[in-house]
Design a protein around this ligand. Structure first.
Ligand code: FES
Length: 203
């Protein structure tokens, strides 16, 4: 196992301290999920080094931390695009045209569901219900919901995401996810659009 094992701490020193400070001394293990998101944001995905750093930070065995991460769909154990699109194809969304919409999206991006675009910007995955059936069809991009989708709206969203990634405010394309907390404008986390905003509310 090579590479740095303190990248999370070096990238997000204040956020790591804040996550640990939420729990009493001796209960640092309770911060493991927050730290996994931070580690993912720092390393791009949950590499062995990322898991090792989280494990040593909270005093748990790496195998325990790896096992925990496996339960969460927003924690990635393989490289992903900067924007991970979870496109809902469950019944209510399917009844409102989700499947042909997903096919069209994948064709537009030149990938199949489960794949990442060559530029590393988008990963698309078909997923089950995301609990926004009243505004089907819908998708989740990183931590943001986009609802009441149409082909035209989807085109606009993809164009907007590309624009955000190429913005001069961003030093590099977004990688994975970060924690749901405020960070500096030019931090990698900024690129991930982490504000929990339901984008469909803008429509
Ligand atoms: S079926 Fe798509 S959000 Fe519920």
């Amino acid at each position: 196992m090579g590479g740095s094992v303190d990248l999370m701490r070096r990238t997000f020193p204040d956020e790591v301290d804040d996550a640990l400070a939420r729990y009493p001394v001796g209960r640092e293990a309770s911060a493991v999920l927050s730290l996994l998101y931070l580690a993912q944001a720092a390393y791009g995905y949950l590499t062995d080094e990322a898991i090792a750093e989280v494990a040593s930070t909270v005093g748990l065995p790496p195998t325990h931390v790896r096992g925990l991460a496996g339960f969460y769909t927003l924690l990635y154990e393989r490289p992903t695009g900067g924007y991970v699109i979870h496109f809902c194809t469950d019944l209510p969304c399917a009844l409102r045209g989700a499947e042909p919409m997903l096919d069209r999206l994948c064709a537009k991006l030149g990938i199949e569901p489960g794949e990442t675009t060559a530029d590393g910007l988008f990963t698309v995955e078909a997923v089950m219900c995301l609990a926004a059936c009243d505004r089907a069809p819908m998708m989740q991009v990183n931590l943001e919901y986009y609802e009441d989708l149409t082909d035209e709206r989807l085109d606009e969203i993809i164009a907007d995401l590309r624009e955000r990634a190429s913005s001069s405010a961003l030093r590099r394309p977004p990688l994975g996810f970060g924690p749901p907390s405020e960070m500096a404008l030019d931090s990698p986390a900024e690129a991930r659009g982490i504000d929990g905003h339901r984008q469909g509310d803008d429509a």
